[in-house]
Design a protein around this ligand. Structure first.
Ligand SMILES: [Zn+2]
Length: 1033
């Protein structure tokens, strides 16, 4: 289970996110590379090597096979043209540690140390060790250097994660000084961690007196991971995914919860943890990854000199994972879940999935082909399972576990439904078998197969700014099982090989299905139903465990617990000795990123933003329709509109045909609602609907004609289909609230500050779920269809349109010509109003009741918008308050998993907490910010200020994909000049200026603020806060 950072961009422990689902959820974006490489590929790729032209063999490589570099022998060098990279595999002679280096002309460099960690219980051992490793090491004996480094670096990614059988410590940065600094910290953290007992108590679990200073007060269980896991299992989809893994692969390490089952965590001892580290974090059990353009020699020298040369090699076979023995009979497991009060009705809140165990993941061509086959079976309206399971509309759509999962030694195919009735479990089972029979009989339509393969090929060309990270995350599981990660990158070869097989054997996929689907008795059916007593049962079990623990304590142990509580408290409050940690200097970060210039041109009376940038033969198109003129009732339906408009077909092509065409020519045509406040005065806002797509240059004419077809001829007549899509949409929006609760809490708090933010919450916050449920209850599908139709007719006109196009130098003129023709065909309607006024609201407080054991708290107030001179100062202050005040108090002392403050471009300043055992105590901490800033003004020195600035720079300078360059101007009208000014103003802020904004914005409570809690009922809420609360259940 994942750790540390509040906003995790890529999770190794993910259950497969299908592209079919991606189109349906507004908030979920998955990198295409990520999608594509979720499979794996062949060792016999030597065939492909032979085909490589001789000239490339002669190419000069930086490191040569057979040679020794700082104790590392270079074992394998390969050029991978698909991704324009060179792969170097090296092995340390002394310890056997493998180092995989990807040399690529990319400034966003990555480094990671991975270990194969295979727990044999559910105490969360590897997860707690992952936390502890980052709590101070031999060369950096600083409390929590990881969090401290977050503010002393310009990392584009810093994290640590625990998967089911591996732990990894990755970071990425574009700055070489930073890269070397972080490399030293990470290496020392994993190979020489302190693993101090007090840190174990803080991060893992501990018994503590409720009143720290009263030895007689009752004992409670605390701990960061303990709370984190309670929070993680608040999300039913997580519970389902975890149980699916544990039950389909029950016989070895996958039968346990690597992140930790909260009821098992307190069985873990500090000694177990140290022993686990000794065994599993040995260099012989480690794999090191480096990516990018920085000099590898320096990395090799450091690793060898400081760490590996001091150790000897051991046999690491103890951590290998055997294949799961196959079952002779299918199994069925039923589990219960929390009743989700924001989810579907009680009788529909069930889930079911069938999982079939597939091949060994190290068989990479087979894994690749099974992944493609799964996509063909599941994804989109042309797939067999979509037709049989989704279209009859007896559920809320595929569940989150659906897809081909290649994260474990044995891979698995999973298809499941969410939000269905128990009575329909049997129907699901019957349909599953019937679908397989039908597919076996009828085979697959070649145009459908081709559209899936085209999409794969297109994603090879698409450039992601986090390519190095994506490559690491997609290779980690395979690498962990000694799979051939290098050949696994030869995706074009794998596609070619598959195409050949399909050509030579018409029944190729049917034969695969016969082996893996029809004649496969390793089949698990997992069902899950809500239990109203779930939460209560958990509390009882927790109490029982606490009772057993405390009953076993004698006086001496009680005294020890009391003393440890005091010691931990004192150490948390002690001033940290951060000067031991390296830090960048101003000269390291002076230069702003250099982006290609934008050109603004009017084409067919439409303002068009043109960006010439190397895009690797892809053209990116964005169309932004201003929809501020819609009525409020209409606006509230736009999120739904965006979700279904590309799924209903057109008057030229029915939805199946249309989907096939779109996927065989483009990466998909997606719609999204945008909400933009005026960044100059925050007095008005604009709403717009953005259509985005991209295609290979050669397919650009088709891309435009498909867009034109959709915008002009969209068709919503099929009300049965519409009804199904609406119901699936409603099921999808209530997922993820518990895992991103802080975002929902901030939206909820901001909603109390201004009418614009209130509308925003209605469009994307918890309020949106409620609104949609009510709306669908009160309106029949025909009425909804008419309203959606009217939105499309009003919106898709060039009078309210702006366009952005990003393409490479050679193709751009042609792309613009096609754009001209496209715009010519769009209708001109009356221009509608451009923006609406913002009004501020009176202070208020609101709680959304949730049936979960943790809280998400937020407070928001209106400060100043982006272009105001105080905005950068407040942004720096938010970073400083997060690092110096909120993290130490709300996280370290009070046990929340995360906490922080931020200011957004609309001028709303917010505080938040994440997976928090407290609510009112945290809100009180938010209130005391000014007090802290006063009493600790000594802490606000040059260094603290500079660190906070680096924190802001991490966001400002984060890399942008070629297809997205210019997006800030396109959406927010923030020009590159404005950005550069903002950046240099931010870097020039002085301590005095900081004090000045503290006085002006924090001394008195703002006139416009809101507080919001997502969490369980608290009858003392008004008493404890002294304020009135609006409770929404
Ligand atoms: Zn964690």
């Amino acid at each position: 289970m994942l750790s540390r950072l509040k906003c995790l961009r890529l999770a190794p422990h993910r259950t497969n996110v299908l592209r079919a689902q991606r189109a349906r959820t507004n908030c979920k974006s998955v990198s295409t590379f990520d999608d594509m490489l979720s499979g794996a590929k062949p060792k016999e790729a030597n065939v492909a090597q032979l085909e490589v032209p001789h000239i490339i063999q002669q190419q000069e490589y930086r490191y040569n096979e057979g040679k020794l570099y700082h104790g590392f022998q270079c074992e394998r060098v390969e050029r991978i043209p698909d991704f324009d990279l060179t792969s170097y595999t090296l092995r340390h002679e002394g310890t056997g540690t493998e180092l995989w280096h990807i040399d690529r002309n990319d400034t966003n460099n990555v480094f990671s140390i991975n270990f194969r960690t295979t727990p044999f219980d559910s105490t969360g051992l590897p997860h707690i060790l992952e936390h502890l490793a980052l709590c101070g090491s031999k060369n950096y004996p600083v409390r929590d250097p990881f969090f401290k480094m977050l503010n002393r670096s310009v990392a584009t990614f810093m994290n640590a994660m625990t998967g089911p059988d591996y732990t990894l410590y990755p970071f990425s940065t574009m700055n070489e000084v930073d890269f070397r600094n972080l490399q030293r910290i990470y290496l020392d953290a994993v190979f020489n961690p302190n693993l101090a007992h007090l840190d174990f108590l803080q991060e893992g679990w501990r018994l503590e007196n409720k009143d720290l200073h009263n030895r007689e007060s009752e004992l409670v269980i605390k701990g960061v991971v303990y709370n984190e896991m309670k929070g993680a299992f608040s999300e039913n989809s997580q519970v389902f995914g975890q149980n699916l893994l544990n039950n389909i692969l029950p016989d070895h390490t996958y039968g346990h919860v690597s992140g930790g089952n909260p009821l098992e965590i307190p069985k873990l001892t500090h000694t177990d943890l140290i022993e686990f580290h000794r065994k599993y974090y040995h260099p012989s059990n480690a794999r090191i990854y480096s990516y990018g353009s920085f000099d590898l020699t320096k990395t090799l020298e450091l690793i060898d000199k400081e760490y590996l040369s001091l150790r000897t090699r051991i046999d690491n076979s103890y951590s290998r994972i055997p294949l799961q023995p196959r079952w002779s009979q299918p199994r069925h497991v039923h589990i219960s879940s929390r009743l989700d009060n924001m989810g579907a009705a009680f009788d529909r809140q069930n889930q079911i999935a069938i999982a079939l165990l597939m091949c060994d993941m190290t068989n990479i061509q087979e894994t690749f082909e099974l992944n493609v086959l799964s996509e063909i079976l599941i994804r989109g309206p042309n797939s067999a399972f979509y037709k049989s399971l989704i279209e009859p509309n007896f559920s809320g759509g595929y569940n989150q576990s659906t897809g081909y999962s290649a994260d474990t030694k044995d891979t698995a195919f999973v298809v499941g439904l969410q939000d269905l009735r128990v009575e329909d479990f049997k129907k699901f089972n019957d349909l599953f078998s019937q679908t397989l029979c039908k597919a076996m009989e009828e085979g697959f339509e070649s145009q459908h197969v081709e559209s899936i393969l085209h999409n794969l090929e297109l994603s090879l060309k698409h450039q992601s700014p986090h390519f190095g990270n994506a490559l690491l995350f997609n290779s980690t599981a395979l690498w962990n099982h000694d799979g051939d990660v290098v050949s696994n990158l030869r995706v074009s070869d794998m596609i070619a090989r598959l195409r050949t097989c399909l050509r030579q054997n018409k029944n190729y996929f049917q034969e695969k299905m016969n082996t893996y689907f029809v004649n496969n008795s390793h089949k698990l059916t997992l069902t899950m139903s809500p239990d109203e007593l779930y939460e209560e049962n958990f509390k009882q079990a927790e109490l029982e465990m606490l009772k057993q623990k405390t009953n076993a304590l004698d006086n001496e142990k009680l005294e020890k617990i009391y003393q440890n509580g005091l010691k931990l408290d004192a150490s948390q409050k002690a001033a940290p000795n951060t000067n031991l940690l390296p830090c960048l200097t101003l000269s390291d970060v002076k230069k702003p990123p250099n982006w290609p210039k934008l050109r603004i041109q009017t084409i067919q009376e439409v303002q068009t933003q043109i960006c010439e940038v190397p895009t690797n033969e892809i053209t990116y198109l964005k169309c932004l329709f201003n929809i501020t003129g819609l009525s409020e009732d209409e606006v509230k339906l736009v999120p739904l509109f965006c979700n279904i408009i590309n799924d209903m077909g057109t008057s030229m092509h029915d939805f199946r045909e249309f989907d096939k065409l779109v996927l065989s020519k483009t990466a998909g045509i997606d719609f999204k609602l945008n909400f933009v406040e005026n960044v100059e005065d925050a007095k008005s806002y604009r709403l717009s609907l953005m259509m985005t797509t991209h295609a290979l240059d050669k397919n650009v004419p088709d891309m435009f004609s498909l867009c034109q077809d959709l915008l002009r001829n969209f068709k919503l007549d099929d009300t049965d289909r519409l009804k199904m899509l609406i119901e699936n949409y409603i099921s999808s929006i209530s997922i993820g609230i518990a895992s991103s609760g802080h975002l929902y809490a901030m939206l909820g708090a901001a909603a109390l500050v201004s009418n614009a933010s209130k509308l925003k919450s209605l469009l994307s916050g918890v309020d949106h779920i409620d609104f949609m449920k009510n709306f669908v209850q009160k309106n029949n599908t025909t009425d909804i269809r008419d309203q959606l139709k009217s939105i499309g007719t009003k919106v898709f006109s060039k009078s309210n349109l702006r366009v952005a196009i990003n393409s490479s130098e050679s193709y751009l003129p042609t792309a613009v010509d096609h754009l001209k023709n496209f715009l010519e065909t769009l209708p001109t309607l009356e221009k509608t109003i451009e923006s609406s006024e913002i009004t501020l609201l009176h202070p208020s407080c609101q709680q959304y009741l949730m049936n979960i054991p943790v809280n998400y708290c937020a407070k928001a107030f209106f400060a100043v918008p982006y272009l105001h001179k105080d905005h950068p100062t407040l942004r720096v202050l938010a970073k400083l308050v997060s690092a110096k005040y909120l993290l130490p108090v709300v996280r370290e002392q009070n046990g929340a998993y995360g906490a922080g403050a931020k200011i957004s471009s609309d001028g709303i300043f917010s505080f938040y907490s994440y997976r928090d055992p407290h609510s009112t105590k945290t809100l009180e901490a938010f209130e005391k910010t000014y007090e802290w800033l006063q009493s600790e003004s000594k802490q606000i020195d040059q260094q603290a200020l500079f660190e906070a600035k680096l924190g802001v720079l991490q966001q400002l300078d984060s890399p942008i994909a070629p297809g997205n360059i210019g997006i800030d101007y396109f959406l927010y009208e923030v020009s590159q000049d404005m950005f550069v000014k903002y950046r240099s103003r931010m870097l020039s802020i002085t301590v005095d200026e900081l004090h000045d904004v503290i006085e002006r914005y924090f001394k008195e409570n703002s006139k416009n603020y809101g507080k919001c809690i997502l969490g369980p009922a608290n009858e003392n809420l008004e008493l404890e806060t002294g304020q009135k609360w609006n409770i929404i259940s």
